[in-house]
Design a binder for this molecule. Sequence first.
Ligand SMILES: NC(=O)c1ccc[n+]([C@@H]2O[C@H](COP(=O)([O-])OP(=O)(O)OC[C@H]3O[C@@H](n4cnc5c(N)ncnc54)[C@H](OP(=O)(O)O)[C@@H]3O)[C@@H](O)[C@H]2O)c1
Length: 295
Amino acid sequence: MFGGTGFLGRRIVKCVAQNGFAVRAVSRHPNRVRPQGGNKGIEPVEADILDASSVASAITGSYAVVNAVSLYVEREHQTFERTHVGAAADLAAAALACNADRLIHISGIGSDPRSHSKYVSARGRGEAAVASAFSGALIVRPAIMTGPDDAFLTTIIRLIRGLPLYPLFGRGQTRLQPVYVEDVAEAVARLIEEPGRKGPLELEFGGPRIYTYEGLVRQIGLEVGKSIRAVPVPFSAWKVGASIAEFLPAPPITRNQVELISEDNVAANGLTCFDELGIRPRSVEEVVRLIEQGS
Ligand SMILES: NC(=O)c1ccc[n+]([C@@H]2O[C@H](COP(=O)([O-])OP(=O)(O)OC[C@H]3O[C@@H](n4cnc5c(N)ncnc54)[C@H](OP(=O)(O)O)[C@@H]3O)[C@@H](O)[C@H]2O)c1
C-alpha cells in the first residue's frame, strides 16, 4: 500500500488489515503509521516511489499493490510528471514483474491528459501509463474526499465560524460531489477482495449529492448553525494568493487546488460505483456531524 500513511492510504490499510490481509504500509516516513486497533497485520515499510530498488523490495511477494501516493506541490526533483506519470507507471511495471494479481491506482475525478493544468494533465497521462504497464489495472477516481482530519470541510467550517464574510471561489458555481474518505477506503478494500472484475476498470466515487460550492458552504453553515454572507472572489486572485502560500512548508492552499476547484468535480453522469460494491456513501451532513463531535 503505497501512500499507506496518508489521508486515504492509512484508511485503506486499516480496512484491508481488518479483512485479514497482511499489509505493508509504504511511505518515506514509515514511523508515521498510526496505531489503529493495535496495527495487527500492518507492517510499516520505508520506500520512495521515485526509487526503483526500494519499490521492488517493498512489493516483493505482494498479492495486490495500491498506489495512493500524492504530490500536490512540485518541489525540486519531485515533479507531477515524475511522480504521477513516470513513477506510477514504474510501480505498475514492477507489480507485474513480481506477479501481483492486481494493481489499484488512485487518481482523481477530472483527470485529463488534455487539461491545461499541469497537475490534472499529469494525472490523466499517469492513468494511461499505468493501464498500459499493467493490463487490468483498476483506476480509482475519487471526488474531493472528506473526513474528520481533512483539509476541505474542516477549513470551510473554520472559515464559516471565524470570518464575517465567506470568500467564494469565483462565484461559487463549481459543482462538487464530496465523498467520505472512509467510504472510498472501504471500496478499495472490496476491490482487492473481488474475485475477478467484470465491470469497468475505471471507477469513479462521489458522495450521494451534488452541490455548487456556494450551496455546499450554505448547507454546512446550516449544520453548524451559522448564516453565511458569501462574497465572490475571482479565481485569478486565489491563484496569486496560492502562489505565495506555496513558499510555506505546509501551504494552506496551492495553485493546483485552485485549478481543481475551478472545474466541476462530479462523477460522470453523477453516477458513482458504490452501489455495485454494496456501499451506502455517507452524506456531507453526516461527515460534518462527525467533525463536530471530534472538535
Ligand atoms: N484528498 C483528496 O480529497 C483527494 C481527492 C481525489 C483524489 N485524491 C488522490 O488520492 C490519493 C491519496 O491522496 P491523500 O489526500 O490521501 O494524500 P496524502 O494524505 O498527502 O498522503 C500521501 C501519501 O503518499 C506518501 N508519499 C508521498 N510521496 C511519496 C513518495 N515519493 N514515495 C512514497 N510515498 C510517498 C506520503 O507519505 P510520505 O510523505 O511519508 O512519503 C503519504 O503516505 C492521491 O493520488 C490523491 O491525488 C485525493
